[in-house]
Design a protein around this ligand. Structure first.
Ligand code: GAL
Length: 373
């Protein structure tokens, strides 16, 4: 399995924490379909931590789904999710316990991968808590990578070691298809800003096959749910979504899609932002200025277009300016650019320089086309 573009889906953790159940997953899958998010590309429905019993099966050694939360087990749920045209994800941990202290996969990697395959699981989020000191992180992920590669089913391997222990330097040797390049997200502006600013030096590690995962989206949480803090304004959520999309992060929804507002649905299904995220060339984004707190990111897209994002993390207005030469174009003989704002649909022609003052927490995400002068 080769992951050519960032995975899109939903995960239970941000809103529901340990309150996962068969019913929640079914209803969420149904809501992804009825809201149009499935058609927009969101495919994976991921059960995070706390789905298993506290003890493995004493005979088979297998993880056992919690009988209260998942009375029929995982297989019928996977069948149901597949019947809706979606895929099912599950969670485990490279250590002896998961972060919420359920059994982890350490020393049971092959047993667990085999069970996940048999249950029809399509995605494994693999955490990093309670790891034994004698085994370095890269070997823990190699173990599960080998188990998944031999389990007889295509299972997307989502590594979640939060960038610890220099994950970036070894993660592509493990078979992981995405890797958490951040600590945990919280539903606040400060958290979004912090994670975003940590990405500045990590883009050289971001590539098809294994994408930098900036953590699940908090769009639409509005301060409620497991990681809910202060919440954000709609404009801040749009900035968050735009930046995650432009930096080719997996887009994993974290709000309750069964009850999301129309405003949230519209943010999550912005087709032009999603097209940038899913651009088939999947080239690395590059930053053309040197201010992590007001970055200007550019990405060359398939077919010759550019994606350009300006993000103001400051609490006051800020002036953004750049020359098209900073993007790798000559100002003398190259073409002009037609910038299209992916949120307002407005277009403007840019000849040599771009200049704009953005308000506190303001942003722009453009798709730019080259035009003859
Ligand atoms: C954290 C992880 C979160 C969530 C949680 C579950 O380590 O970063 O995304 O999975 O564990 O306990």
């Amino acid at each position: 399995m080769i992951q050519k573009t960032p995975p899109l889906g939903w995960n239970s953790w941000n809103t529901f924490g340990c309150e996962v159940s068969d019913q929640l997953i079914r209803e969420t899958a149904e809501a992804l379909v009825s809201s149009g998010l499935k058609d927009a590309g969101y495919t994976y429905v991921v059960i995070d931590d706390c789905w298993a019993q506290k003890e493995r099966d004493p005979v088979t050694g297998r993880l056992v789904p919690d009988g209260k939360k998942f009375p029929e087990g995982i297989r019928p749920l996977a069948d149901y999710v597949h019947g809706l045209g979606l895929k099912l994800g599950i969670y485990s941990c490279a250590g002896e316990f998961t972060c919420a202290q359920y059994p982890g996969s350490y020393d049971y990697e092959f047993v667990d991968a085999e069970a996940f395959a048999e249950w029809g699981v399509d995605f494994l989020k693999y955490d990093y808590c309670f790891r034994p000191r004698e085994t370095p992180g890269h070997l823990l992920y190699k173990r599960m990578g080998a188990a998944l590669a031999n389990c007889g089913r295509d299972i997307l391997f989502s590594a979640c070691s939060w960038g610890a222990d220099d994950t970036k330097n070894w993660i592509k040797t493990t078979g992981a298809h995405m890797w958490r390049s951040t600590g945990d997200i919280w539903d606040s502006w400060e958290s979004i800003k912090k994670l975003a600013m940590q990405q500045t030096d990590l883009q050289e590690y971001n590539a098809p096959g294994c994408f930098n995962d900036m953590d699940m989206l908090v769009v639409g949480m509005n301060g409620s749910g497991h990681v809910g803090l202060t919440g954000c304004t709609a404009e801040e959520y749009r900035l968050h979504f735009s930046l995650w999309a432009l930096l080719a992060s997996p887009l994993i929804i974290g709000c309750d899609v069964r009850s999301m507002t129309e405003e949230t649905r519209a943010i999550l299904s912005n087709r032009e932002a999603l097209a940038i995220n899913q651009d088939p060339a999947a080239r690395q984004p590059f930053m053309i200025n040197s201010h992590a707190d007001r970055p200007i990111w550019v990405r060359q897209l398939d077919g010759g277009d550019y994606a350009i994002g300006l993000f103001n993390f400051l609490d006051n207005e800020s002036r953004f300016h750049f020359s098209i030469a900073d993007m790798g174009l000559s100002r003398v003989c190259d073409r002009q650019l037609e910038f299209r704002d992916v949120w307002s649909g407005e277009t403007r022609l840019v000849k040599g320089f771009y200049c704009e003052t953005l308000p506190a927490h303001g942003f722009r995400l453009f798709r730019a086309k080259l035009r003859s002068l």
